[in-house]
Ligand binder design. Structure first.
Ligand SMILES: [Zn+2]
Ligand SMILES: [Zn+2]
Length: 116
């Protein structure tokens, strides 16, 4: 069972909707194909999978530096959240959503939580 295909996942770089696709993830020595999302902007290396969250993968399949990708996890179940909504008129606004429980979290809530 895989409900991933119905999510509206945005690229955190381009804020465009990502396309469902099989993505290749490097896990130590091995690499595995998992269902995920790819950005359709030319040259964009951003990928998302509900198990690993956002990753940036170079053309040769290697994973780029982890610190380049946002790591927002669901406060309820610790799943990597995806970027679901941005607002052009509010450049700081981000709505993150959990692929598991569908919980939403805005940037504002996020910065309050990290201050507490
Ligand atoms: Zn992109
Ligand atoms: Zn959740």
């Amino acid at each position: 069972m895989d409900t991933d295909e119905r999510l509206k996942v945005l690229c955190f770089e381009h804020h465009t909707q990502m396309r469902p696709a099989q993505i290749l993830l490097q896990a130590g020595e091995k690499s595995e194909q998992v269902p995920g999302y790819v950005c359709e902007e030319p040259g964009c290396v951003v990928r998302y999978s509900s198990s690993r969250g956002y990753v940036a993968i170079a053309a040769d399949g290697s994973q780029l530096a982890e610190e380049l990708t946002p790591k927002v996890t669901c406060p309820g179940d610790n799943r990597p959240m995806y970027l679901a909504e941005v607002r052009p008129e509010q450049s700081n606004y981000r709505l993150w959503r959990c692929p598991e429980c569908d919980r939403g979290l805005t940037n504002q809530e996020l910065s309050q939580a990290s201050k507490a």
